[in-house]
Structures are given as C-alpha cells and as structure tokens.
Ligand binder design. Structure first.
Ligand SMILES: NC(=O)N[C@@H](CC(=O)O)C(=O)O
Ligand SMILES: [Zn+2]
Ligand SMILES: [Zn+2]
Length: 358
C-alpha cells in the first residue's frame, strides 16, 4: 500500500480478488456483463438461476462454455459453476457434478424467494438426501436466506429464515459447509459470528452503501431494489463492521444482478442491482471510510478461497485513489442496464492487474 505524507493511501496493490456471488445471465446480457466481472476478479461463483435453471452437469458445462466464449481476449477468468437445487434434483447428479469438477457448489433458492426462483425448493426436508451427499463430499451449500411466507414482513424475511430454516439445517447437517449469501441484517451478522467455522457469509457492496431509505429518495428508485431488500441503517452499520472486522467468515460476494432497464422501471420491477462495473472501487471506499483499508485484501482475496478450500490467487490488482465517474448506463443489444452508483464520482479507480504479480 502506497501512502501520502499524511498517511492517506493513494495506491493499493492487493492479491487479485474473487467474486463469490455473481449473476452473469445468458445471451446478449452475458456478453455485455461478463467482462465487467472478469476484468476485476480471477474467479467467480456463477449463480445458476437462469431460465431454465442450471440443474444438470451438462447444463453447467454448456453454460461454462458460453461464459468462456464471451470473455474478451486476454482476460484470464475462471467461472466456478453451481447447481440450482430443486425438489426433485437427484443426489447422483450433484455427486457426479462435484466429483467431475463441474459443480463447485450448489445453490438453495427457497421457491419463489427471488429472481427465477420459481423452481426452487419448497421444503428443505425434500432435499435432505442431496444435503447428505453434499455433507459427505464437502460440497458447499450456498443459500438465499429468506422465507417466502407472505405473512412475514419483507424486511423480516432474512431474520425469520435464520430462525425457522437455517438453524434447523445446520443442526441436521453439522458438517455441511454453508454460505449465507448477501446478508443484510445484524441478526445474520450475529448468527454467522456465533456459528461454527462451517458457516460463512457473503456481503455485497450495495448493502454496505445504502439503507432502505435510498429506495425512496425523492421518489421510488427501482435500481436500488434488490433481494434481500436493503434494511435499516443499524443493519447497514452492522454489515460494515462485519465486512471490515477481519473475521474470516465474511467475504466478498457482489451479487451483481443485471436486469434490462425496462425490467427495473416497471409497475412490477425485478429485484437486482448491477454493481459489477464499480464493485472493487465501492468496497475500497467503504473499507477506507471504516479506517480498515489494510483489511480489504483479506475480505476480497483470502477469506473466500480459504472457506472454499481453494488456492489463493497469485496475481495482483491495482486500485488508485483518484476520482472516477461511474458509468451511467451500459448498452446490451437493443436495451440498457443501469449500474449501481450510476454517474456517481467514485473515490477510487480500478487500474487493472499489477504487472509485478503478487
Ligand atoms: N439479488 C437480487 O435481487 N436478485 C438476484 C437473485 C438473488 O441473488 O436473489 C437476481 O438474479 O436478479
Ligand atoms: Zn439471492
Ligand atoms: Zn444473487
């Protein structure tokens, strides 16, 4: 880390990070968004909630080929594929996919919990045979942690999921490695901190920056709507404390989730925030604001691989403390996507890979 005379960092060279939670989509959207992720991250856990969802080894291999074909020349990027768990998925398919190295993990979407989750799991006990296999194999289970009960307030769905589902799941499978994805509450922070070493959690850049007021600033702001929905200020502050704490259970997962502008600016807009274009710069600003810039590298490039039992990257990337205006929009085929922090001035600028390696 290079600092000015006043001790303020001006240039960061850190081990190249990975993104442990990203939606790359498919088709024209994939071709546009994949390189926003690949230029920053060496690897990424690619979420399987396509239409149709990725529920077989063959579908994951085909999807991985489409991702690799969409990469810009010269970008070294490794997509880590995941299986979309359904009520009827065969344990054998999961075992075959993990054993062959096609599946890195499996994703649990409670049915109808979020985008393209209609074919998710309706009752966790229906996939107990799959979870038995995953526990035996050491295959991580990634969880969208919200109940879908309409009687539960949308702002309480994560906390209720922890009480009703996650607690029972961890008791039934004490050796299963689980990632509670995109946590948004102080309850989730406390639960992860108190749980055993087999429970980790990803934290997105947008949940570190906005609280729920942002969705209503001067009018309804559809581009700041995502699931789990942003919560009150005290939850945002709890996430910032967790992310910058140095606790190895918390690691980088952007949950970058692009939707075409017409899908967001609608009378029933989709959930998802496309933050890939500004991801690392946003995390750097948050860690600097929290006086924890020296902990960014561990959160972004060490905790995740260690939780997954994967090697650390050997490359390095450069972030410079010079202002950059974030893109206002990205063109995808004949439509647009509006990125997170569109048009904002970012304090940090991502400068790409460091020649010197790490
Ligand atoms: N986070 C979101 O709001 N949406 C994600 C799905 C998910 O991660 O829940 C998406 O794929 O659009
Ligand atoms: Zn999710
Ligand atoms: Zn997601």
């Amino acid at each position: 880390m290079i600092k000015t005379a006043t001790g303020a960092a001006t240039r960061l060279v850190i081990r190249q990070p990975d993104d442990w939670h990203v939606h790359l989509r498919d088709g024209a959207m994939l071709s546009t968004v994949v390189n926003e992720t690949a230029r920053q991250f060496a690897r990424a856990i690619v979420m399987p909630n396509l239409i149709p969802p990725v529920t077989t080894v063959a579908a994951a291999e085909a999807y991985r080929s489409r991702i690799q074909a969409a990469l810009a020349p010269g970008l070294a990027f490794t997509p880590l594929m995941t299986a979309y768990l359904t009520d009827t998925i065969e344990p054998g398919e999961i075992e075959r996919g993990f054993g062959s190295g096609v599946f890195t993990a499996a994703k649990l979407y409670p049915a109808h919990a979020t985008t393209n989750a209609a074919q998710g799991v309706t009752d966790i006990e229906r996939i107990y045979p799959v979870l038995e296999v995953m526990q035996r194999l050491g295959m991580p289970l990634l969880v969208h942690g919200e109940v879908v009960d309409h009687h539960v307030d949308v702002f309480d769905r994560e906390a209720v999921f922890i009480e009703r589902v996650l607690t029972k799941l961890l008791a039934a499978f004490p050796a299963l490695r689980v990632v509670l994805e995109h946590i948004t509450t102080e309850e989730a922070v406390a639960f992860v901190e108190a749980a055993g070493p087999n429970l980790g959690a990803t934290i997105t850049p947008h949940h570190l920056v906005i609280n729920r007021n942002a969705m209503f600033e001067g009018g309804i702001r559809p581009h700041l709507y995502c699931l789990p929905v942003a919560k009150r200020e005290r939850h945002r502050l709890a996430l910032r404390r967790a992310a910058t704490s140095g606790n190895p259970k918390f690691f980088l997962g952007t949950d970058s989730a692009p939707h075409a502008v017409g899908e967001k600016e609608s009378d029933c807009g989709c959930a998802g925030i496309f933050n890939a274009p500004v991801a690392l710069e946003t995390y750097a600003a948050v860690f600097e604001e929290e006086g924890a810039l020296e902990r960014l590298e561990a959160f972004a490039a060490e905790h995740g691989p260690r939780f997954y039992g994967l090697p650390l990257n050997t490359g390095a990337i450069v972030l410079e403390r010079t202002p950059r205006r974030a893109p206002s929009t990205m063109v995808v085929a004949n439509t647009r996507i509006i990125p997170f922090q569109a048009n904002a001035t970012l304090a940090w600028t991502f400068r790409g890979r460091s020649i010197g390696g790490y």
